[in-house]
Design a protein. Sequence first.
Length: 147
Amino acid sequence: MADISAFGLRINVRADKTFPNGFDLTAFADDADAFDAPSTQVKDKAMGINGHLITWGKANALMATINVIPNTDDDRNLAILLDANRVTKGKAYVNDTITMTVSYPNGNVTTFSGGAITDGQPANGAASSGRIKTKAYQFAFESRSGA
């Protein structure tokens, strides 16, 4: 029997300038996927005029999304990281290199490296239910190792 429980998932985010010691994430949202690493295209393809399949390797970033409970320490740390890496007039730009280590309850560990934070909500949104919306933060990475 396979146990696929995600209870106990922990993610460590280390940003070389903003958070050189890193911080752990455990306050994952209940209404969105806690952690998602969507499909990545590794080859492109075409067909020659006589029906021959042609393929070639294609470099793409490895994407990851983390959804956290708003107003938690996890959200505050990710918001600090997002703002530090946001370019705008009159503000110092940090340009962190990010490493993310995902520790699964079964003991497997996956490390994403050479990354950057790419997207996130700059403020709390309010849902029609009267609830603060879950905060999503997205990252792109060059490489991955581990299970």
